[in-house]
Design a binder for this molecule. Structure first.
Ligand code: ADP
Ligand code: MG
Ligand code: MG
Length: 877
């Protein structure tokens, strides 16, 4: 029979698929001998079964009862037993952490009888027992029974007035329990379930159900984590941080998740339970201060953190509780961190001898590197600092202040940049956080919801800016010195320093970009990036080239580590003042006029190529012959029609209008473009090839490669190839001649096409359009968000290469092409070339290089290194 339950002593950290991250790490800590309250984990497989079938698997209840009985024996107490109750928490825990996304219920097992037993256990501490009971009803009511949490919060607020929750005495809390029970009755029409086993069963189901809660679905989509994993459920015997001032609960990092520096980073709250720390109920104290409150517990915590870091060989974050002086570990995991900290920590761990350089490269991601290349605020610019909060997630964000998620989404959809300003965010703010450029809160520390979620998303965040008085209702905040900011006013926030500025502050390049630009910088982060990049370069197999059409871009590509140009488009060479010449070409009425137009274009093209070959200094340059339909170079149809109608048109305008009408196409993407132009307009491709050859002759060491776009059949390629080869031979220039593979038919007949091509370059933008039948510019705006909502794809196939469909065509073409021509050179030049997941795919299918925009080159280099190191692991996150 299937096993659906694992005791904490049975699992380990590598069983995340089955036990979820929390369960696997609770088991790991248990086996390390750390103080973890005993318990067991119900697997994610049981959850998947429940979600698919609408019922828990057969035998699960019995299996749980068996484990519960064993737990009761270990603890010497029975669940909810009146005079001496065992209490447990029921905690969600998926493979990938989803902070605050799913549900946890504490103090399961309390009812009108066992609450007295609990007080007795705590030496007659009635206050503590009733506080625990009201928390159970509150959490259970909200997460299991689906009652709006505000009902409970309002009742608590009313009772407290201006006092802290810790000021409530036993009698008041007992009264609150009655009020809460009344709320449950009023909202659900039934009594709060008193039977402990019922409480537990219902809570388990609620955790299973929380997997598909809308905010969890949204979070997974944003984070690109799979939607079908399900969550495990942890049943953990309770320990209590709310017993009095010798108790408390806290969260901590083993090193600073913002900078990576070693030290003590965390928040602690006395006489509190569970979520209190992150919910901002009362102000937390810095973890260092625990040393003063309870030296023993503090020392044990420090020793435990060190042990964890050495064991996991990485930064860990932890959740712990102190019950009357005794430390209990409630959670750990390899902690999220900022992009900069990821690089710093990786090399620190190498220097501490905990990991190798190979591992260091796998510990950072291209996305993180990309974040470090974001611009930052110009320190020299004039700016008005209004306050400073905590630097929770780096970056420089500018936008209009908004005070609700709805408004953030609304304005962002209208194309505005916004900063979401809240007292503190909660999981319902997720859509607003996604829509905003950055997030600013007035409460909460580096472990608050806003901070954790923003860091995970790579979004700029300043939190805990306590000087700000935020009024969500009035849609404004005030800052010291009488500064008032209303909705719509522009502010700038610096997530790297925590500074908040009034108005728009100009931004400048990041230090990492300056490093790539070749400037010498004495900076810890730059040094870390440098070491990791060098190592990634030394292990990667994929070469990295640039998509660049100008000498400036080409030069930047070289500085950023580009090893060639994979795509040099020639169409921009027909723009600007040269449009004139294209018009002449289109209007040419005979052979002589056409040739004259081409002859006039040729020297311009040649000059362009000379500049690029010089910038690339002996590196290969793949030049794509002209691709877009010619009418793109002509004046606009409407403009011309108006001119003609108003009598302003010249004779040429009239002829142009004729031409524009003649060339008009219903589906220009599928019309007269690419190789088809070369076949239809005599001399066009020849002119380009001659310009390339003549330019190559003038630049010593130039290595041109000639690429024919939009080929679907080998015959097309053969027809243009012969002429190109002849021109090259006449000029005495050697150059590979190859083709784009961007039409599905080309991929499917790659074996034939390779007869005539010395290289393939996958044009995955067009290949994606044509494989899906999507017109990119139209579909992205009109229905992609719907497709994402429906889960038809988790990410746009234009962003990350669709492995199953487009990727399959790439595989087929690579294999069959190489079968025909074993030394066929293979590359990719769509925008996917700079996308991390797509780079891994290119490595897997054995391409020789990826080509991407110059700015993405470092990301591609790093990801190519990571791909080489983790060839067996397709998980690039
Ligand atoms: P999340 O996934 O949102 O972090 P957890 O399951 O970790 O939720 O629970 C939140 C908090 O509740 C924990 O950090 C801890 O403080 C508290 N908690 C959970 N289980 C227990 C327990 N058995 N005893 C005491 N506190 C607990
Ligand atoms: Mg937790
Ligand atoms: Mg194309």
């Amino acid at each position: 029979m299937a096993k659906y339950v694992y005791d904490f002593t049975e699992g380990n950290k590598d069983l995340k698929d089955l036990l979820g991250g929390k369960g696997a790490n609770l088991a790991e800590m248990t086996n390390l001998g750390l103080p973890v309250p005993p318990g067991f984990t119900i697997t994610s497989e049981a959850c998947r079964h429940y979600l698919a079938e609408g019922a828990v698997p057969q035998g699960l209840d019995e299996e749980i009862s068996g484990y519960l009985a064993a737990l009761e024996t270990t603890m010497g107490k029975k669940l909810g037993q009146a005079d001496d109750p065992l209490l447990v928490s029921v905690r969600s825990g998926a493979k990938f952490s989803m902070p605050g996304m799913m549900e946890t219920v504490l103090n399961i097992g309390l009812n009108d009888e066992s609450v007295h037993g609990l007080a007795k256990q705590a030496g007659g501490n009635e206050r503590f027992a009733w506080d625990s009971y009201r928390r159970l009803i509150q959490m259970f009511g909200k997460t299991v029974l689906g009652i709006d949490g505000e009902h409970f919060e309002n009742a608590l607020e009313t009772l407290k007035g201006t006092r802290d929750d810790t000021d409530l005495d036993a009698a008041e809390l007992r009264g609150l329990v009655e009020t809460f029970k009344g709320i449950v009755r009023a909202e659900t029409g039934a009594d709060f379930p008193a039977a402990p086993r019922d409480q537990m069963r219902l809570a388990i189901k609620a955790v299973f159900d929380s997997w598909n809660a809308p905010r969890a679905v949204l979070y997974r989509r944003q984070e690109r984590t799979p939607a079908d994993l399900g969550t495990a459920v942890n049943i953990c015997s309770m320990v209590f941080g709310n017993c009095g001032d010798d108790s408390g609960t806290g969260v901590a990092f083993t090193r600073d998740p913002g900078s990576g520096h070693q030290g003590v980073y965390g928040d602690y709250l006395q006489n509190a339970q569970g979520e209190d720390v992150v919910a901002g109920i009362r102000n937390t104290i810095p973890l260092q201060d625990l040393e003063r409150l309870d030296k023993n517990a503090y020392d044990e915590l420090m020793a435990t953190m060190e042990k964890l870091e050495n064991h996991y060989r990485d930064l860990c974050d932890i959740e712990f509780t102190i019950e009357r002086g005794k430390l209990w570990m409630l959670q750990t995991r390899v902690g999220k961190r900022t992009a900069g900290a990821a690089f710093r920590i990786a090399v620190q761990l190498v220097d501490q001898g905990l990991i190798t350089m190979d591992e260091a490269v796998t510990r950072v991601t291209g996305d993180q590197l990309g974040q470090l290349m974001f611009p930052r605020f110009d320190a020299g610019a004039e700016r008005r600092l209004i306050t400073k909060g905590m630097n929770a997630s780096p970056g420089a964000a500018v936008g209009k202040a908004v005070f609700s998620s709805e408004r953030a989404v609304e304005l962002a959809e209208a194309g505005e940049r916004v900063i979401l300003v809240r007292r503190e965010t909660n999981p319902d703010d997720l859509s607003g956080m996604i829509a905003a450029q950055g997030v600013l809160t007035s409460r909460g520390g580096k472990t608050s919801h806003a901070a954790v979620v923003a860091r995970g998303m790579g979004k700029t965040c300043v939190c805990g800016a306590e000087e700000l008085e935020v009024s969500v209702a009035a849609r404004r905040f005030s800052a010291p010195g009488g500064v008032e900011v209303a909705e719509g006013d522009v502010i700038s926030i610096d997530g790297t320093t925590g500074e908040v500025f009034l108005g728009e502050v100009p931004v400048v390049d990041s230090a990492v970009v300056e490093y790539f630009e070749g400037r010498d910088l004495d900076d810890e982060l730059v040094t870390a990036v440098d070491r990791i990049m060098r190592h990634a370069d030394s292990v990667r197999r994929l070469r990295v080239r640039a998509n660049a059409d100008t000498p400036e871009d080409a030069a930047r590509a070289v500085r950023f580590g580009g090893e060639g140009i994979g795509l040099c488009r020639t169409e921009h060479m027909f723009l600007g003042e040269r449009r004139q010449l294209v018009e002449d070409l289109v209007l040419a009425s005979d052979e002589t006029e056409r040739q004259a137009a081409l002859d006039a274009l040729e020297p311009h093209q040649k000059d362009d190529f000379i500049g690029i070959f010089q910038a690339m200094d002996g590196r290969p340059v793949t030049v794509r012959l002209i691709d877009p339909p010619l009418h793109e170079f002509l004046p606009d149809l409407v403009e011309l029609s108006v001119k003609v109608a108003t009598g302003e048109a010249s004779a040429k305008d009239r002829r142009l209008l004729e031409a524009v009408k003649r060339l008009h196409e219903q589906n220009p993407m599928l019309g007269l473009r690419g190789v088809r132009l070369g076949l239809v307009i005599p001399g066009l491709f020849a002119m380009q090839v001659r310009a390339i050859a003549e330019a190559a002759k003038e630049v010593p060491g130039a290595r041109p490669e000639i690429m024919i776009p939009l080929v679907a059949a080998v015959q097309e390629l053969e027809a243009v190839r012969e002429e190109a080869a002849r021109i090259l031979a006449e000029a005495g220039v050697e150059a590979l001649i190859g083709t784009m593979i961007e039409v599905p038919r080309a991929a499917l007949t790659a074996g034939q096409i390779a007869e005539a091509a010395q290289f393939f370059s996958f044009g995955t933008n067009d290949l994606t359009q044509m494989t899906w039948g999507f017109s990119r510019d139209d579909v992205e705006a009109s229905f992609f968000s719907r497709y994402l909502d429906l889960g038809i794809f988790g990410v746009s196939p234009f962003e990350t290469l669709d492995r199953d469909g487009v990727g399959r065509l790439v595989r087929i073409a690579a294999e069959e092409g190489r079968r025909t021509r074993p030394d066929l050179k293979l590359g990719i030049c769509g925008e996917h070339g700079g996308d991390p997941d797509s780079v891994h795919f290119c490595h897997e299918v054995g391409l020789d290089y990826v080509s991407c925009s110059p700015f993405r080159i470092p990301v591609a280099r790093l990801e190519a290194g990571r791909a080489a190191l983790q060839s067996n692991d397709s998980d690039t996150r």
